[in-house]
Design a binder for this molecule. Structure first.
Ligand code: ZN
Length: 358
């Protein structure tokens, strides 16, 4: 790692439990640092202790610590100087950020967060920075269809909303926050890229009321599409509720989870047989499974008559979660039908695989 002129390693020790490698850096006395604004060199005013996570040293987490000088610029006043190994304001070294970007390109954020043993919110910030940098000079004047996806951090306290081009599947913009606030920020961002909200013809998103309201406000010309990915997620939840209700009533469903979840074609033959037996023993479960699979098939086609038929059937099923899902689809009818027609989908957007084309 190039520390750059003026810096050297002062000490190197293993500390804490579990053990971590801590590298303490210091600057050479009398070194004159440059103002981050104008580059003028000046005397050191005082110092601030900072820490950065660096690449692991074998199995040990590694951190750098340094007293970072604040220099006194005749024009800009007292300013924290830039260090050569990290971006201003980042808690990671440049090399750790490069690793983060490599890992995030290959796997969903949740997996990346586990692999790097780092909070996903901090990783999102790194990704957001490089996406912004990559997009800074891009022209979006041809952008027409946009995918919107919201992810919350593991603890659910923070949200990140991602915007991607549906045609190129390239990540355009990421913003902390969600709902109307995030969509408003994206509408504003368009101006910086030679684009206007009126040119957006289609927005693909989930059925959150805040998203829908904000789409109408900020993108009046855009058709809203609810993609099958989110609808099938809702169907999966409805099925799960039916299963849980049966469990509460004392049904013996132990070990049945994997034969129920997921697609018919990814199940093993044992699982398929188990599923048949369960459906016979518990007709409610059989009905719920049937409804879920039917919906999936109908969404893969373009016949809205079939969808209307499914909604009627779900309403008459007496399975409360499916009655609710049916109402939800009917309330968002145009957006669901728009998906069947346009087939624009957010699928796998949680994993930013392929979206990071920097
Ligand atoms: Zn200056």
């Amino acid at each position: 790692m190039g520390l750059g002129e003026g810096w050297s390693v002062k000490s190197c020790s293993f500390e804490g439990a579990p053990l971590e490698l801590l590298l303490k850096l210091d600057f050479k006395p009398g070194h004159r640092f440059a103002c981050p604004e104008c580059g003028t060199c000046g005397p050191t005013h005082d110092t601030v202790v900072k820490r950065w996570r660096h690449l692991d040293f074998f199995q040990y987490r590694c951190e750098l610590e340094a007293r970072v000088p604040r220099m006194d610029c005749p024009e800009h006043g007292v300013r924290l100087v830039d260090v050569p190994w990290a971006r201003a304001g980042s808690g990671f070294t440049l090399l750790f950020e490069a690793l983060t970007m490599m890992v995030c390109r290959e796997m969903p954020m949740k997996a990346a967060s586990e692999l790097l043993a780092e909070h996903d919110t901090r990783l999102w910030r790194v990704v957001a920075h490089y996406v912004e940098q990559a997009q800074a000079k891009r022209d979006w004047s041809e952008l027409k269809r946009v995918l919107i996806d919201e992810t919350s951090s593991k603890k659910g306290h923070r949200y990140v909303t991602n915007f991607a081009d549906a045609q190129t599947r390239e990540l355009l913009f990421m913003v902390e926050g969600h709902g109307a606030e995030a969509i408003g920020a994206f509408a504003k961002e368009l101006e910086r890229h030679n684009a206007r909200p009126e040119q957006i013809e289609l927005l693909s998103m989930d059925m959150k009321p805040a998203f829908i309201a904000a789409a109408a406000t900020f993108f009046p010309k855009a058709e809203v599409v609810f993609d099958h990915f989110h609808i099938m997620q809702m169907a999966g939840k409805a099925l799960d509720e039916v299963r849980k209700e049966l469990l509460r009533d004392g049904a013996d469903l132990k070990g049945s989870l994997w034969s129920i979840r997921g697609n018919a074609w990814t199940r093993s033959s044992t699982q398929q047989q188990q599923r048949r037996l369960l459906s016979e023993a518990y007709p409610k479960l059989g009905k719920a499974l049937g409804l879920r699979d039917l919906l999936q098939e109908i969404l893969s086609q373009e016949d809205k008559g079939q969808l209307a038929w499914w909604c009627r059937r779900a309403r008459q099923s007496r399975l409360v979660p499916f009655v609710r899902l049916s109402r939800s689809i009917q309330r968002h009818w145009n957006g669901v039908v728009a998906f069947m027609r346009t087939r624009v989908t957010n699928g796998a957007m949680e994993a930013i695989n392929g979206l990071l084309q920097l």
